[in-house]
Design a protein around this ligand. Structure first.
Ligand SMILES: Nc1ncnc2c1ncn2[C@@H]1O[C@H](COP(=O)(O)OP(=O)(O)OP(=O)(O)O)[C@@H](O)[C@H]1O
Ligand SMILES: [Mg+2]
Length: 259
């Protein structure tokens, strides 16, 4: 297997991904974007969960034009870029579109072209991917220079995270993994999760690589009823309840990225 990253990959492009589904990628991407925007950065979030998009739902947006229209040539890219609450921009996708469940040569080219065109205009482009290791997800991640892997402390999430790291390391040469441990139940749990994952990677993945995979803890976000409430109300947690524990955690992650 080759160990190369696509040439478009810039560290300003960050894939927000996960092994297991439903762990909080979209929540993290949207609120992290708002926190980075508050820090004065130009930020765009691209809903890369192309067939089952829900960034629009979380942000309460009703896009007339989506990436689908851009990909099919019906609309120009500029028309699909929308301002979101929180002071950042979004490129939204549609839902229920089976044509995006398979990585075709056209889809590769279209995704790469869109990301290459937007990247120079923003300080941070966050790619909110689907879960898992499908070819569409892996290709999307390959277009990002930085990786933010969301996990929860559950064993199933950790097993899937390990599998994702292994695949990204061996097929894309990925060596740096930024980890966000979401839904923690006690302070410091994130550090333990990072250490556990690093140990498994050191034992089973790193011995076969020319240079080792390093997992960096970007932050932990506590399990917090305010998150569910903000999703229900389709508002950013940072705007609805900026003092909630999970919002404070997001701001810390942003501060780390801004530093
Ligand atoms: N820190 C948290 N505390 C409490 N609930 C949370 C937290 N993070 C996420 N959730 C809950 O998990 C749900 C799923 O989150 P989200 O949609 O962001 O996951 P996802 O990883 O993007 O899912 P998918 O794999 O389907 O794209 C949220 O709607 C929220 O109810
Ligand atoms: Mg999601």
């Amino acid at each position: 297997m080759s160990e190369s990253i696509a040439p478009v990959a810039s560290p300003r492009i960050m894939a927000v991904t996960s092994g297991k589904g439903g762990v909080g990628k979209t929540f993290v991407a949207a609120n992290l974007a708002a926190a980075l925007a508050r820090g004065g950065r130009r930020v765009l979030v691209l809903d890369a969960d192309l067939g089952l998009a829900n960034l629009d739902v979380v942000l309460n947006l009703y896009p007339k034009i989506t990436l689908h229209d851009v990909f099919t040539g019906r609309s120009a890219l500029a028309e699909a870029i929308l301002p979101a609450p929180g002071g950042f921009h979004v490129l939204l996708a549609g839902s229920g579109m089976v044509e995006y469940s398979r990585l075709t040569p056209e889809l590769r080219e279209q995704l790469q072209a869109v990301i290459a065109e937007i990247a120079p205009r923003y300080d941070h482009v966050l790619l909110d991917t689907g879960a898992g290791i499908s070819d569409v997800v892996l290709y999307t991640v390959s277009l990002a220079g930085a990786l933010l892997l969301v996990v929860t402390p559950e064993p199933t999430s950790l097993t899937d995270a390990y599998a994702t790291i292994k695949v990204l390391a061996t097929t894309q040469g990925r060596r740096q993994v930024g980890l966000v441990v979401n839904q923690t139940r006690q302070p410091g749990e994130g550090r333990g999760v990072r250490q556990q994952l690093q140990q498994v990677v050191d034992r089973y993945v790193n011995p076969g690589l020319s240079s080792p995979v390093r997992i960096e803890l970007l932050g932990e976000l506590p399990l917090d009823g305010a998150v569910r409430e903000s999703v229900q109300r389709r508002q950013l947690l940072l705007e609805l309840m900026p003092g909630s524990p999970a919002a404070i955690g997001i701001v810390r992650v942003a501060a780390r990225l801004l530093a």
